[in-house]
Design a protein around this ligand. Structure first.
Ligand SMILES: N[C@@H](CCC(=O)N[C@@H](CS)C(=O)NCC(=O)O)C(=O)O
Length: 223
Protein backbone atom coordinates (compact mmCIF):
# COMPACT_ATOMS: atom_id res chain seq x y z
CA UNK A 1 0.00 0.00 0.00
CA UNK A 2 1.19 3.50 -0.87
CA UNK A 3 1.23 6.25 1.76
CA UNK A 4 1.23 9.90 0.66
CA UNK A 5 2.80 12.41 3.05
CA UNK A 6 1.02 15.68 2.40
CA UNK A 7 -1.26 18.42 3.74
CA UNK A 8 -4.70 19.19 2.25
CA UNK A 9 -3.68 22.39 0.45
CA UNK A 10 -0.41 21.20 -1.14
CA UNK A 11 -1.10 21.55 -4.89
CA UNK A 12 1.72 19.15 -5.83
CA UNK A 13 0.30 16.45 -3.55
CA UNK A 14 -3.13 17.09 -5.08
CA UNK A 15 -1.71 16.46 -8.57
CA UNK A 16 -0.16 13.14 -7.41
CA UNK A 17 -3.42 12.10 -5.73
CA UNK A 18 -5.42 12.89 -8.88
CA UNK A 19 -3.04 10.86 -11.04
CA UNK A 20 -3.07 7.90 -8.64
CA UNK A 21 -6.89 7.95 -8.47
CA UNK A 22 -7.23 8.16 -12.27
CA UNK A 23 -4.88 5.19 -12.61
CA UNK A 24 -6.70 3.24 -9.89
CA UNK A 25 -3.75 3.12 -7.46
CA UNK A 26 -4.86 2.90 -3.82
CA UNK A 27 -3.22 5.08 -1.19
CA UNK A 28 -3.52 6.22 2.40
CA UNK A 29 -2.94 9.79 3.50
CA UNK A 30 -0.40 10.80 6.14
CA UNK A 31 -0.22 14.40 7.27
CA UNK A 32 3.10 16.21 6.86
CA UNK A 33 3.65 19.91 7.57
CA UNK A 34 6.87 20.95 5.80
CA UNK A 35 6.93 24.33 7.56
CA UNK A 36 7.45 22.52 10.90
CA UNK A 37 10.78 21.06 9.72
CA UNK A 38 9.79 17.53 10.84
CA UNK A 39 12.69 15.06 10.97
CA UNK A 40 10.45 12.35 9.51
CA UNK A 41 9.88 14.38 6.33
CA UNK A 42 13.57 15.30 5.91
CA UNK A 43 14.55 11.65 6.40
CA UNK A 44 12.38 10.69 3.42
CA UNK A 45 13.04 13.80 1.32
CA UNK A 46 16.19 15.86 2.04
CA UNK A 47 14.49 18.77 0.24
CA UNK A 48 11.96 18.82 3.12
CA UNK A 49 9.00 19.19 0.78
CA UNK A 50 5.69 17.48 0.19
CA UNK A 51 4.64 15.27 -1.49
CA UNK A 52 6.57 12.17 -0.50
CA UNK A 53 5.15 8.73 -1.16
CA UNK A 54 6.17 5.47 0.50
CA UNK A 55 5.38 1.88 -0.38
CA UNK A 56 5.62 -0.13 2.81
CA UNK A 57 5.96 -3.64 1.28
CA UNK A 58 8.62 -2.69 -1.28
CA UNK A 59 10.39 -0.21 1.02
CA UNK A 60 10.21 2.37 -1.78
CA UNK A 61 10.25 6.13 -1.06
CA UNK A 62 9.72 8.71 -3.83
CA UNK A 63 9.61 12.49 -3.69
CA UNK A 64 8.98 15.44 -6.02
CA UNK A 65 5.58 15.40 -7.70
CA UNK A 66 6.98 15.27 -11.22
CA UNK A 67 9.30 12.35 -10.42
CA UNK A 68 6.37 10.57 -8.73
CA UNK A 69 3.94 11.18 -11.61
CA UNK A 70 6.49 10.03 -14.20
CA UNK A 71 7.23 6.93 -12.09
CA UNK A 72 3.57 5.87 -12.19
CA UNK A 73 3.26 6.84 -15.84
CA UNK A 74 6.18 4.50 -16.61
CA UNK A 75 5.07 1.62 -14.38
CA UNK A 76 1.25 1.60 -14.58
CA UNK A 77 -0.31 1.10 -18.04
CA UNK A 78 -3.84 2.08 -17.04
CA UNK A 79 -4.97 5.52 -18.25
CA UNK A 80 -1.82 6.99 -19.84
CA UNK A 81 -1.62 10.68 -18.97
CA UNK A 82 1.53 11.70 -20.92
CA UNK A 83 0.86 10.08 -24.28
CA UNK A 84 0.66 10.73 -28.04
CA UNK A 85 3.42 11.86 -30.40
CA UNK A 86 6.67 13.41 -29.13
CA UNK A 87 5.22 16.84 -30.01
CA UNK A 88 2.01 16.13 -28.09
CA UNK A 89 4.00 14.93 -25.06
CA UNK A 90 6.11 18.09 -25.22
CA UNK A 91 2.92 20.17 -25.15
CA UNK A 92 1.64 18.24 -22.11
CA UNK A 93 4.97 18.80 -20.30
CA UNK A 94 5.03 22.50 -21.24
CA UNK A 95 1.65 23.05 -19.60
CA UNK A 96 2.57 20.97 -16.53
CA UNK A 97 5.64 23.19 -16.08
CA UNK A 98 3.55 26.34 -16.56
CA UNK A 99 1.15 25.39 -13.77
CA UNK A 100 3.70 23.74 -11.43
CA UNK A 101 6.17 26.61 -11.74
CA UNK A 102 4.63 29.86 -13.05
CA UNK A 103 1.15 29.49 -11.58
CA UNK A 104 2.55 28.26 -8.25
CA UNK A 105 5.07 31.13 -8.07
CA UNK A 106 2.53 33.78 -9.15
CA UNK A 107 -0.72 32.60 -7.58
CA UNK A 108 -1.04 29.49 -5.39
CA UNK A 109 2.32 29.92 -3.62
CA UNK A 110 1.66 33.57 -2.61
CA UNK A 111 -1.92 32.69 -1.58
CA UNK A 112 -0.63 29.82 0.59
CA UNK A 113 1.86 32.18 2.19
CA UNK A 114 -0.62 34.99 2.81
CA UNK A 115 -3.71 32.98 3.78
CA UNK A 116 -2.30 29.80 5.31
CA UNK A 117 1.33 30.12 6.46
CA UNK A 118 0.96 33.64 7.89
CA UNK A 119 -2.01 32.44 9.90
CA UNK A 120 -0.72 29.05 11.05
CA UNK A 121 3.00 29.75 11.37
CA UNK A 122 3.78 33.46 11.63
CA UNK A 123 0.53 34.59 13.34
CA UNK A 124 0.38 37.57 11.00
CA UNK A 125 -2.39 39.16 8.95
CA UNK A 126 -2.21 38.65 5.17
CA UNK A 127 -0.70 41.41 3.04
CA UNK A 128 -3.64 42.87 1.08
CA UNK A 129 -1.38 44.13 -1.72
CA UNK A 130 0.19 40.69 -2.24
CA UNK A 131 -3.28 39.10 -2.30
CA UNK A 132 -4.51 41.61 -4.89
CA UNK A 133 -1.44 40.99 -7.06
CA UNK A 134 -1.85 37.19 -7.03
CA UNK A 135 -5.57 37.50 -7.84
CA UNK A 136 -4.75 39.82 -10.74
CA UNK A 137 -2.23 37.31 -12.09
CA UNK A 138 -4.76 34.49 -11.61
CA UNK A 139 -7.07 36.35 -13.98
CA UNK A 140 -4.38 36.15 -16.72
CA UNK A 141 -4.04 32.38 -16.27
CA UNK A 142 -7.83 31.97 -16.44
CA UNK A 143 -7.77 34.01 -19.68
CA UNK A 144 -5.16 31.62 -21.05
CA UNK A 145 -7.27 28.57 -20.09
CA UNK A 146 -10.26 30.24 -21.82
CA UNK A 147 -8.10 30.54 -24.94
CA UNK A 148 -6.91 26.90 -24.79
CA UNK A 149 -10.43 25.54 -24.27
CA UNK A 150 -11.69 27.67 -27.17
CA UNK A 151 -9.26 25.75 -29.36
CA UNK A 152 -9.13 22.21 -27.93
CA UNK A 153 -11.33 19.95 -25.78
CA UNK A 154 -8.71 19.58 -23.02
CA UNK A 155 -5.77 21.81 -22.07
CA UNK A 156 -3.11 19.97 -24.06
CA UNK A 157 -5.22 18.53 -26.87
CA UNK A 158 -7.85 15.93 -27.65
CA UNK A 159 -7.70 13.90 -24.43
CA UNK A 160 -7.39 14.55 -20.71
CA UNK A 161 -3.72 14.48 -19.68
CA UNK A 162 -1.50 15.21 -16.72
CA UNK A 163 -1.58 18.87 -17.83
CA UNK A 164 -5.29 19.01 -16.88
CA UNK A 165 -4.57 17.39 -13.51
CA UNK A 166 -1.62 19.71 -12.78
CA UNK A 167 -3.64 22.81 -13.68
CA UNK A 168 -6.76 21.69 -11.77
CA UNK A 169 -4.66 20.83 -8.71
CA UNK A 170 -3.12 24.32 -8.62
CA UNK A 171 -6.42 26.07 -9.39
CA UNK A 172 -8.25 24.10 -6.70
CA UNK A 173 -5.86 25.40 -4.04
CA UNK A 174 -6.18 28.98 -5.31
CA UNK A 175 -9.98 28.55 -5.35
CA UNK A 176 -10.01 27.17 -1.78
CA UNK A 177 -8.08 30.25 -0.68
CA UNK A 178 -10.56 32.61 -2.38
CA UNK A 179 -8.06 33.72 -5.04
CA UNK A 180 -10.12 33.04 -8.18
CA UNK A 181 -12.89 35.13 -9.72
CA UNK A 182 -14.57 32.85 -12.27
CA UNK A 183 -16.90 35.52 -13.67
CA UNK A 184 -16.07 36.29 -17.32
CA UNK A 185 -14.13 32.99 -17.65
CA UNK A 186 -16.87 30.73 -19.03
CA UNK A 187 -14.57 28.29 -20.86
CA UNK A 188 -12.18 27.91 -17.92
CA UNK A 189 -15.11 27.52 -15.54
CA UNK A 190 -16.76 24.86 -17.74
CA UNK A 191 -13.51 22.89 -18.01
CA UNK A 192 -12.90 23.14 -14.24
CA UNK A 193 -16.45 21.96 -13.45
CA UNK A 194 -15.81 18.87 -15.59
CA UNK A 195 -12.56 18.27 -13.68
CA UNK A 196 -14.30 18.79 -10.32
CA UNK A 197 -17.01 16.28 -11.29
CA UNK A 198 -14.54 13.43 -11.79
CA UNK A 199 -14.54 10.79 -9.01
CA UNK A 200 -10.77 11.38 -8.59
CA UNK A 201 -11.50 14.96 -7.49
CA UNK A 202 -14.22 14.27 -4.91
CA UNK A 203 -11.96 13.39 -1.94
CA UNK A 204 -9.97 16.60 -2.47
CA UNK A 205 -13.08 18.78 -2.45
CA UNK A 206 -14.37 17.34 0.81
CA UNK A 207 -11.14 17.89 2.78
CA UNK A 208 -10.58 20.96 4.90
CA UNK A 209 -7.42 22.64 6.16
CA UNK A 210 -7.53 23.35 9.87
CA UNK A 211 -9.03 26.81 10.67
CA UNK A 212 -9.16 27.89 6.99
CA UNK A 213 -12.54 27.48 5.30
CA UNK A 214 -13.09 27.70 1.52
CA UNK A 215 -15.75 29.88 -0.15
CA UNK A 216 -19.19 28.24 -0.58
CA UNK A 217 -18.77 27.57 -4.33
CA UNK A 218 -15.49 25.66 -3.79
CA UNK A 219 -16.92 22.13 -3.53
CA UNK A 220 -19.97 22.67 -5.75
CA UNK A 221 -19.86 20.76 -9.02
CA UNK A 222 -22.86 22.47 -10.64
CA UNK A 223 -22.08 26.11 -9.85
N1 LIG B 1 8.91 20.67 -7.18
C1 LIG B 1 8.30 20.14 -5.98
C2 LIG B 1 7.64 21.28 -5.20
C3 LIG B 1 7.08 20.79 -3.87
C4 LIG B 1 6.76 21.96 -2.92
O1 LIG B 1 7.18 23.10 -3.13
N2 LIG B 1 6.01 21.64 -1.86
C5 LIG B 1 5.72 22.66 -0.87
C6 LIG B 1 4.32 22.48 -0.31
S1 LIG B 1 3.06 22.75 -1.48
C7 LIG B 1 6.68 22.52 0.28
O2 LIG B 1 6.87 21.44 0.80
N3 LIG B 1 7.31 23.65 0.69
C8 LIG B 1 8.23 23.70 1.79
C9 LIG B 1 7.75 24.56 2.93
O3 LIG B 1 6.59 25.01 2.93
O4 LIG B 1 8.54 24.73 3.87
C10 LIG B 1 7.26 19.08 -6.39
O5 LIG B 1 6.78 19.12 -7.53
O6 LIG B 1 6.97 18.18 -5.58
Amino acid sequence: MWHIYQFPLCPFSRKVRLLMAEKGIAYELQTARPWEGEDRLFAMNPAGRTPVIRETDKGLVLSDSRAICEYFEETVDRYPLISGTAQQRAEIRRLIAMFDENFYNDVSGPLLLERMKKRLVFRQAPDAKALRESMKLAHDYLDYIDYLIDNRPWLAGATMTLADLAAAAQLSVADYLGGLDWSSHEQARGWYLVMKSRPSFRPLLSERMEVIQPPSHYAEVDA
